[in-house]
Structure formats: structure tokens, C-alpha cells
Ligand binder design. Structure first.
Ligand SMILES: [Zn+2]
Ligand SMILES: [Zn+2]
Ligand SMILES: [Zn+2]
Ligand SMILES: [Zn+2]
Length: 397
């Protein structure tokens, strides 16, 4: 379940606390909230309707889906005005009257569709794969239709990914808890909510997913994937201590499972360091990166996104250390200059990452110059004193 709050007062109930409406399974913290919700919250009017829809979880998903489709279609109006759906060929959906969407890499008149039509296609393709036992490769590529455009093969973003997330969840939520598709739908919904910046809600879904996997005994790989998503959600809402705790654990578990050279381990290391940087734990940033950065350079190569990020974070940590030596600053400047060159070549000079590193090159050069100037003043004073002391007394006259 993803509904983990009292329907009347929104108190957190976790997965088992509180009381359920006997008819429709709407959850409350206790009998008082339940009575109040019935008398004043309109539940007397809605209870039958919710039960008919399949219970509180299904009713909520249906409602949220309809809202998310409206939001997505509105967000796309400039792009879709006067166009038709490539699946059903209509402008307005015949049954739902929803508008068109498009949030992928398709251009021109390509890729315009109704969320309902995209969802229907995905549902049919996945059902076929299941019925015909098509094996995991075919199954995965079909499930991808819940989040990737079949025409340009790019992932949908923003409001469209969110609407498809609700579509997917409402399709599979009625299955048993350990069902693979139900788990995938939960991940998909979390991704969609996160893409649409509904971070608090994404966190609730991630938490529900993580504890579901623990309950049903999910594989270590799916646990680690879920833990990483959960950490990202904590980070997005500014709960960085919790993000750090999860990311540190995530990194050491990947390390144990796949070794230091595996891409997942390096990605987990990157996220772990990102949390350390956010919390300004400079010494730990340096010590983790001294271990992981050389591996990333060797295994992933100098142009890889993770390698670049690691090197930039390392150089920034060198600069930010209050005990930085002149050599540290020189190493930081050289690293920023090298990574700036790589970023310009790989990403283009207008890319935000390239622009960001360019700024760091400038600032670190200034810091180095200032430091060199101040050190040379120190040297000057010393050498003057030494010169004075070396002068034999009496010579001054
Ligand atoms: Zn309550
Ligand atoms: Zn009820
Ligand atoms: Zn359509
Ligand atoms: Zn597309």
C-alpha cells in the first residue's frame, strides 16, 4: 500500500497502525477520526463509491491518475494544439475527453498521444508477454513502455512520466504483494512523482516500496536499487543526514556484492560522496575519493560522467579544506583545468556541467594566486629578517 496516513488528520500510520473502514478500507489513526470523517469529512457519501472502485488504494490511484492526466495534458497544450493521437487518431480521447501529451525527444508531429492510449498499449503488451511466458528480456522491453517512448526510445519526463506512473500503479496494485509487476509499478510511480517534483509523495512511495521488499524478501539487487531511490528522495526534501546514512550503507553493500570495479559500486560511491559534500564533511570526501576515483578513471574512463563528477568533487574538497597546502591548491587547479577540457569536448561548452567547471577553474586560480601572494609575503618578511640578522652589528653606521 502507499496510503500510509490517516484519511482525516494525515497522521502517519506506517504500514499497520490505526483502523480501517470495514467497508472500503480507508485508513484512520483511530475511531475518533473515523467518526469525524464520516460525519463531517464526507465519507458517508463516498464510502460506497470507494468500495465499488475496489477499495481505498484503488480509488485513490484512479483519482490521482485522472488528475495527473489533466495536469500533463495542460502542460503540453503549446506542443499539441490542433494535433491528433498517433494511436487512436483523435484529438480528444473518445471516452475520457483528455487532451494530448508529449514529453520525450519526438519532434514535429511525431509522438503525440493520449496518456490513456499509451497506458493501454503498455498494458496489452505486458499482458501478452505474461500470458505467453516470453522470458525476462521481452518482458522488460515491454514493461519499458510504461516509461519510455516507443518512437524515440527516450524516457518520458515531468508530468507525463507522473501520469504514466499513476496509470501503471492503478493497473497492477490489486495484485499480491510479492508480485513482480506490482513491485515494478511501485518503482515506476515513485520515479514519476519524483520527475514531477512531488518529492514528499515520492518519499512515501519509496518508503512503502522499501519495506515491502524487506517483507517479501526481495533480492539484494532490488533492495539496493530501492534503497538508492529512497536515499535520493530524502536528499530531494533536504533530509540529508538520512540520505547519507542510506548511501553509505548502499555503497558498502554494492562493494561487497560486486567489487570495487562494478559500475553500480562506482555510481553508489558517487552518490555517497555527493551526500558528504552536501553535509560539508570534507575530510571524508577526500578519503573516500582517494580510494574510488582512481578506480573510476581506470574502469569507466576519463570521459565518463561519474569520473568527471568525482574528480570535480575531489578538487573542490581540496580547495575547501581550511588546512589546504599550496600543493593541494595547485592540484585542484590542474584537476579543474583538465576536467573542464574533457567536459567541453564530451558535453559541449554550453552544457551546464561544463559551464560550472569553467567557473571553478576561474575561482580556484584566483584562490591559488592569492595564496601564492600571501606565502611570498611570509617568505619576504623571513628573508628580510634573516638578512638583517646576518648583517654584522655596527655596519649600519
Ligand atoms: Zn487521524
Ligand atoms: Zn468506508
Ligand atoms: Zn489516443
Ligand atoms: Zn518520443
Amino acid at each position: 500500500m502507499i496510503l500510509t496516513q490517516c484519511a482525516a488528520c494525515a497522521a502517519p500510520l506506517g504500514l499497520s497502525l490505526g483502523k480501517k473502514c470495514g467497508r472500503c478500507s480507508t485508513r484512520y489513526c483511530g475511531p475518533e477520526c473515523q467518526v469525524q470523517h464520516w460525519k463531517e469529512g464526507g465519507h458517508d457519501q463516498l464510502c460506497k463509491k470507494i468500495k465499488k472502485a475496489g477499495g481505498a488504494e484503488q480509488y485513490n490511484a484512479n483519482q490521482r491518475y485522472a488528475e495527473a492526466v489533466t495536469v500533463a495534458a495542460e502542460a503540453c497544450t503549446d506542443d499539441t494544439n490542433g494535433q491528433t493521437c498517433y494511436i487512436c487518431t483523435q484529438a480528444l480521447h473518445r471516452k475520457t475527453k483528455e487532451g494530448l501529451v508529449r514529453m520525450c525527444a519526438c519532434r514535429g508531429t511525431a509522438g503525440l498521444a493520449h496518456v490513456s492510449c499509451l497506458a493501454e498499449q503498455a498494458k496489452i503488451l505486458v499482458a501478452e508477454a505474461e500470458e505467453n511466458h516470453l522470458g525476462s528480456k521481452a518482458f522488460n522491453s515491454r514493461f519499458q513502455r510504461w516509461h519510455h517512448c516507443s518512437l524515440c526510445e527516450q524516457e518520458y519526463h515531468g508530468a507525463v512520466l507522473c501520469a504514466l506512473g499513476w496509470a501503471c500503479w492503478k493497473t497492477y496494485l490489486g495484485r499480491p504483494e510479492a508480485d513482480e509487476l506490482r513491485g515494478l509499478a511501485m518503482t515506476n510511480l515513485g520515479n514519476g512523482l519524483s520527475a514531477a517534483d512531488h518529492d514528499e509523495e515520492a518519499l512515501m512511495v519509496r518508503e512503502a516500496e522499501f519495506s515491502m521488499l524487506r517483507r517479501v524478501g526481495g533480492s539484494e539487487i532490488s533492495m539496493l536499487g530501492s534503497q538508492s531511490n529512497l536515499a535520493n528522495s530524502y536528499h530531494n526534501i533536504g533530509r540529508d543526514d538520512e540520505a547519507l546514512r542510506l548511501r553509505r550503507d548502499n555503497y558498502s553493500r554494492w562493494l561487497k556484492l560486486c567489487g570495487e570495479e562494478h559500475e553500480h559500486t562506482l555510481l553508489a560511491a558517487n552518490n555517497y560522496v555527493l551526500s558528504l559534500v552536501t553535509l560539508q564533511l570534507t575530510q571524508e570526501v577526500k578519503s573516500v575519493l582517494r580510494k574510488t576515483m582512481p578506480v573510476a578513471r581506470r574502469v569507466l574512463g576519463e570521459s565518463h560522467d561519474s569520473t568527471l563528477r568525482m574528480r570535480v568533487m575531489y578538487a573542490a574538497a581540496l580547495c575547501n579544506d581550511t588546512d589546504a597546502t599550496l600543493d593541494d591548491l595547485r592540484e585542484a587547479v590542474t584537476t579543474f583545468e583538465e576536467t573542464a577540457r574533457i567536459a567541453r569536448r564530451v558535453l559541449g561548452s554550453a552544457h551546464p556541467i561544463a559551464v560550472d567547471i569553467e567557473g571553478k577553474v576561474r575561482r580556484s586560480r584566483e584562490a591559488l594566486r592569492a595564496r601564492e601572494a600571501s606565502e611570498s609575503r611570509v617568505v619576504d618578511v623571513t628573508s628580510i629578517r634573516e638578512a638583517l640578522e646576518a648583517m654584522p652589528p655596527g655596519d649600519a653606521n
